[in-house]
Design a protein around this ligand. Structure first.
Ligand code: ACO
Length: 328
């Protein structure tokens, strides 16, 4: 029996830190409001000339080094992003070129918003297990600052820029690596979190630019309620499928959107917060980068040890959601 393991993890966050205090000088908000409503203290913002693919490349280099592999070893490259370099071509092709991934590799983007990294994990897992590819590089990378309306206080305080990556391959050993994943989507809730212009439905024009309709809009309250519900459901289902109780999970790594969502999830699952990884206070919501960034930090800080069980849980625009169970 074979398994698919995460052989290396890496992340990148741009050096520029924007604190709540700094934001409150340009929008009508306060550090106190942002901290108590979301748990966020500061976020990283990419340089104007720094792209989603640039950040993806940095995270990928770190993951390849961690896996003791090079770009030449990769034959499947998947980028999960909601803020691609451009609508065409895929950001994966830019990353392939910058990184030196061989021309025979399959490279593409997926759009599953904040659940994108877990969607990419699932796709890579299936392709590697069936021997279609040998080594996969999957990256969640976001320059959300480029699709944020910096005059809208209900959204601009929440988002940040970053990238996280993982290298996966198959091993001839049962019971380790990715033990299972459970993904879902509910398009009924698509209108709660969206970018309305810049696509075929509403191509960009002077009016859409004036309205900042190419920026993220959100019904925060509705997203909040859906997030707690779907994350709890997929996390619980994953544990039940594997006959696990919450106390057997060493670390839960949830999508980092809001501390109140994370605390509600932990309380509902009866997992103490000591076993839930949180770094949103320092990065805000980095969408598809949030889980691999947290995973990388958790590994580097010794929060994940060989043999540990880690449960990744995500939700995002769509409404997409998913959970992935990993044995290290
Ligand atoms: N500063 C000060 N006041 C604010 C701010 C701000 N930044 N933003 C909103 N307010 C005000 C509102 O105008 C409102 O005022 P009113 O009562 O006079 O109308 C009041 O604060 C309360 O607003 P709510 O929206 O009810 O605040 P809530 O407690 O719901 O918190 C939040 C808002 C933080 C957005 C929360 O709903 C949330 O986190 N939702 C989920 C967001 C999320 O997870 N998004 C995921 C994105 S994932 C992806 O795919 C990109």
């Amino acid at each position: 029996m074979a398994s698919v393991i995460i052989a290396g993890v890496g992340s990148y966050a741009p050096p520029r830190i924007v604190t709540n205090e700094e934001l409150s000088k340009t929008v009508d908000t306060t550090d106190e409001w942002i901290r108590t409503r979301s748990g966020i203290r500061e976020r990283r913002i990419a340089a104007p000339d720094q792209t989603t693919s640039d950040m993806a490349v940095e995270a990928a280099k770190a993951a390849l080094t961690d896996a003791k592999l090079t770009a030449a070893d990769i034959d499947l490259l998947i980028i999960a992003t909601a803020s691609p370099d451009a609508p065409l071509p895929s950001t994966a092709c830019y990353v392939q070129h910058k990184l030196g991934v061989p021309a025979h590799a399959t490279c593409f983007d997926i759009a599953a918003a904040c659940s994108g990294f877990l969607y990419a994990l699932e796709i890579a897992y299936g392709q590697l297990l069936t021997n279609r590819y040998k080594r996969a590089l999957i990256i969640g990378s976001e320059k959300l600052s480029s699709v944020t309306d910096w005059t809208d206080r209900t959204t601009c305080v929440l988002f940040g820029d970053a990238a996280g990556a993982a290298v996966l391959h198959k091993v001839d050993q049962p019971g380790i690596g990715i033990l299972g994943s459970d993904l879902g989507a509910d398009g009924e809730f698509a209108d709660n979190l969206y970018i309305s212009a810049g696509g075929s439905k509403r191509p960009a024009d002077a009016q859409s630019v004036a309205e900042r309709a190419h920026c993220i809009r959100m019904n925060g309250r509705e997203v909040f309620k859906s997030a707690v519900r779907v994350m709890e459901t997929v996390a619980r289902e994953m544990m039940e499928q594997h006959h696990l109780t919450p106390d057997q999970i060493n670390l839960v790594i949830p999508h980092q959107a809001n501390i109140r969502i994370i605390e509600a999830l932990a309380a509902n699952l009866k997992v103490p917060m000591e076993r839930v990884y949180v770094n949103l206070d320092r990065y805000g919501n980095t969408s598809s980068a949030s889980i691999p960034l947290a995973l990388d930090e958790a590994r580097r800080s010794g929060r994940i040890k060989p043999g540990d069980l880690t449960l990744l849980v995500a939700f995002g625009a769509g409404l997409t959601y998913g959970s992935t169970l990993i044995r290290w």
